[in-house]
Design a protein around this ligand. Structure first.
Ligand SMILES: Nc1ncnc2c1ncn2[C@@H]1O[C@H](COP(=O)(O)OP(=O)(O)OP(=O)(O)O)[C@@H](O)[C@H]1O
Length: 575
C-alpha cells in the first residue's frame, strides 16, 4: 500500500505512511459518528421494553448509558484530533518536503530545461500545482479512500446484523459509483485539456510581459490581445462544459444514493410487517442510512478537484524524471587548463551545434573564441562550465572530466560575464555581492571601483544602497555590464569566461575596465568570446569557430600569417 501511494502520488515514504494513517483515522472517525446513534437506539429500545413491561421504578442501567455517552464523546474527540493531525499537519509536512525536493530537482536540472517558455510552466508547477496537491491531500484524498473503507466496514457489520435491510441500503452504492466511474474518463480528458489550456495562457501572458517593449514598439498590442482573448474564450468554454458535465454526473450519482433511504423504508416496512425485523432494527437502519452516504457524497463533491490531481502529479513526475546533472562535490584539479576533445553537442535532436570540436585553453593564457555569428562560440564557452552536458567527446578541467563533477562545485571555479546580464531587484551592493556572498562592504566597493561602477553609483540618490528595480531596469546597458564585471572581480575565480564583456561600454570606460581585467586575469584561465578584433589582439591563443567546428587555431601572429579565415575577418573589420 505504501509503495502504491508512493508511485501513484509521487510521495516520499514518510508521506505515503502518513497518508495511510490519515485514511485510517478518517475511517475510524467516520465510523465513530455512528456510535451515538446506535447507543441512543439501544437506550430507546431498553426504555421502551421497560415502559411496556411497566414494572414501575427507575429505568435500570441509565448510568451505563451516561458513562458510555461520555466515553464515546472522548473517543470521538481523540479520533478527531488524530484525524486532524494526520490529514493536516502531516500532509502539510509532506507538502513542504515535496516543495524542497522540487527545488532540489531544479538545482540539478541542466539549463536546457529552463528555456524561456518553461518559466511560466515552472512557476505554475512550483506554486500552483504544489498548493493544489497540498489542498487535495489534506481535504480530499484521505476522505475519498476513507469513504470507501467506511462503507465497506459498516457494510460488513450491517450485513452480519441484517443482510436483507443491508441490501436495501447498499444496492445504490455500486450503481452510483459505476455512473461516476463511467464518466470519469471523459472528465479526466476534459480536465487535462483545461489544465493545458491554462498553462498555455500563463505562457502567453509571461511572453507578453517579457516582450512588452517589442510589442509596443512594433504596434502589435492588438494582435497579441486578440490571440490571448481567443485562448481565454476557449478556456471559458471548456470550463463551462466541464462544470456542466461534472455537475450532471455528481448530481445524478447523488440522486441514486438518495434512493437508498426510501428503499430501506419500504423494504423495512415489509420486513417489519412480516416479522423479519423488529422496530428497533428498522429505526436504526433508517437513521444509519440517512448518514452512511455522507462520506461518499462529500468525496464525490471533491472528485472534480481530484481529477486534476493526476495531471498535476504527472507534471511533477515528469520533472523528477528529467535527466539530472550530478557528480562529485569534492574537486581540486591539479591545474585549470580546459581541454575540449572531439566534442559534439546539439541543443535539439537533429541540429548539431558543435561538431568534433577540440582545443585547449591553458591556465595563464587568454584564449579568444572568434568566428562568424551563430558559429557556436558562446555554446562552447557555456559547455565548459557544464551549463549543458555534451553528446560526445570529453571536456576536461585540470585533466578531470567535468561531467563527473557536480555542476555547483564546478561553477565555484568560474567567474562569468555574459552579454545578457541578469540583475536582481535589490541594491547595487547586494547585486555585486552575489559574486561572493560573505564579502564585506569594503570588498564590494573595491571590486565596483575596479569595474568603473563608482562613476555612476555616486550619482545615484542612495549610492550603493540604491535599489535598481526588476532586472536592473533603472540602469543602462553599460552600467549593468559593469556590475556584472564587478561581480566577477569580487568572485576572483581561477577561470574567467568573458562573453563580449565590454561590448556595451564607451571607449574610455572600456580601456579602464580592460586594465582592471588585466589585473584580474593574471595566472588564470581566460576564455574570451569576441567579435571585435581589437578585443582579441592581446590574446595568447585564438580559436576560430565556424559552423560548429574549429576552422583554425593558433597565436594571433600565426593566424595572420596563415591568411585564413581569421586574417580575412581581421581585414574585413579594419576596412
Ligand atoms: N538555448 C539554445 N537553444 C537552442 N539553440 C541555441 C541555443 N543557444 C544557441 N543556439 C543555437 O546554437 C547556434 C550557436 O549559437 P551561439 O550563441 O553559440 O553562437 P555564437 O557563435 O556565440 O553567436 P554570436 O556571435 O552571434 O553570439 C546558433 O545556431 C543558435 O541559434
Amino acid at each position: 500500500m505504501i509503495n502504491f501511494f508512493q508511485n501513484k502520488y509521487a510521495m516520499s515514504e514518510k508521506g505515503a505512511k502518513d497518508l495511510l494513517r490519515s485514511i485510517i483515522w478518517t475511517t475510524l472517525m467516520n465510523i465513530s459518528f455512528m456510535l451515538p446513534i446506535i447507543l441512543s437506539f439501544k437506550f430507546l429500545d431498553e426504555h421502551m421494553r421497560y415502559l411496556l413491561n411497566d414494572s414501575g421504578g427507575a429505568v435500570s442501567g441509565s448510568l451505563y448509558y451516561v458513562v458510555m455517552s461520555a466515553a464515546f464523546f472522548i473517543v470521538m474527540f481523540i479520533l478527531a484530533y488524530f484525524q486532524y493531525d494526520s490529514a493536516y499537519t502531516k500532509i502539510y509536512e509532506e507538502s513542504a518536503r515535496r516543495r524542497i525536493s522540487l527545488a532540489e530537482t531544479l538545482r540539478k536540472l541542466p539549463l536546457s530545461f529552463f528555456s524561456k517558455k518553461d518559466i511560466a510552466d515552472l512557476s505554475s508547477t512550483i506554486m500552483e500545482d504544489a498548493t493544489q496537491i497540498e489542498m487535495l491531500f489534506s481535504h480530499a484524498v484521505p476522505q475519498l479512500y476513507a469513504a470507501g473503507l467506511t462503507v465497506f466496514i459498516m457494510g460488513i457489520m450491517m450485513f452480519i446484523y441484517n443482510w436483507m435491510l443491508s441490501l436495501a441500503v447498499f444496492w445504490v452504492v455500486p450503481v452510483a459509483v459505476l455512473v461516476f466511474y463511467l464518466s470519469s474518463k471523459m472528465q479526466k480528458r476534459m480536465h487535462a485539456n483545461i489544465y493545458y489550456i491554462k498553462r498555455d495562457i500563463s505562457d502567453n501572458i509571461q511572453e507578453i510581459i517579457d516582450s512588452v517593449h517589442e510589442i509596443k514598439s512594433y504596434n502589435r498590442e492588438e494582435d497579441y490581445s486578440i490571440a490571448l482573448n481567443i485562448k481565454l474564450d476557449d478556456y471559458e468554454k471548456h470550463m463551462i462544459k466541464s462544470e456542466l458535465l461534472i455537475g450532471t454526473f455528481i448530481n445524478f450519482s447523488h440522486v441514486i444514493l438518495t434512493l437508498g433511504l426510501p428503499s430501506v423504508i419500504l423494504a423495512g416496512a415489509y420486513l417489519l410487517s412480516t416479522g423479519f425485523v423488529n422496530i428497533f432494527t428498522y429505526l436504526v437502519f433508517i437513521v444509519i442510512t440517512a448518514r452512511i452516504y455522507n462520506p461518499i457524497m462529500e468525496a464525490m463533491n471533491k472528485l472534480a478537484l481530484l481529477l486534476f490531481l493526476g495531471v498535476r502529479i504527472n507534471r511533477m513526475k515528469e520533472m523528477d524524471a528529467m535527466p539530472k546533472q550530478s557528480g562529485k562535490s569534492e574537486f581540486s584539479p591539479k591545474n585549470y587548463d580546459i581541454k575540449f576533445k572531439n566534442v559534439d553537442f546539439s541543443y535539439q535532436d537533429g541540429v548539431q551545434t558543435l561538431k568534433n570540436v577540440s582545443f585547449t585553453a591553458k591556465q595563464g593564457d587568454v584564449t579568444a573564441l572568434v568566428g562568424p555569428s551563430g558559429g557556436g562560440k558562446s555554446t562552447a564557452a557555456k559547455l565548459c562550465a557544464r551549463f549543458w552536458d555534451i553528446d560526445k567527446g570529453v571536456i576536461t578541467l585540470g585533466g578531470e572530466d567535468i561531467s563527473l563533477v557536480d555542476p555547483e562545485t564546478l561553477l565555484n571555479n568560474f567567474s562569468i560575464v555574459f552579454q545578457d546580464v541578469t540583475l536582481f531587484n535589490s541594491s547595487i551592493m547586494e547585486n555585486i555581492r552575489i559574486g561572493k556572498k560573505d564579502a564585506s562592504d569594503e570588498e564590494v566597493i573595491q571590486a565596483a571601483r575596479m569595474a568603473q561602477c563608482d562613476e555612476f553609483v555616486t550619482k545615484l540618490p542612495q549610492g550603493y544602497g540604491t535599489p535598481i528595480g526588476e532586472n536592473g531596469e533603472r540602469l543602462s546597458g553599460g552600467e549593468r555590464q559593469r556590475i556584472s564585471i564587478a561581480r566577477a572581480i569580487l568572485k576572483d575565480a581561477p577561470i574567467i569566461l568573458l562573453d563580449e564583456a565590454t561590448a556595451s561600454l564607451d571607449a574610455e570606460n572600456e580601456s579602464k575596465i580592460q586594465s582592471a581585467l588585466s589585473e584580474l586575469i593574471k595566472d588564470k584561465t581566460v576564455l574570451v568570446i569576441a567579435h571585435r578584433m581589437r578585443t582579441v589582439s592581446g590574446a595568447d591563443e585564438i580559436v576560430v569557430i565556424k559552423d560548429g567546428t574549429v576552422a583554425e587555431a593558433g597565436t594571433p601572429l600565426e593566424l595572420k600569417e596563415k591568411q585564413g579565415l581569421f586574417s580575412s575577418m581581421l581585414k574585413a573589420q579594419y576596412q
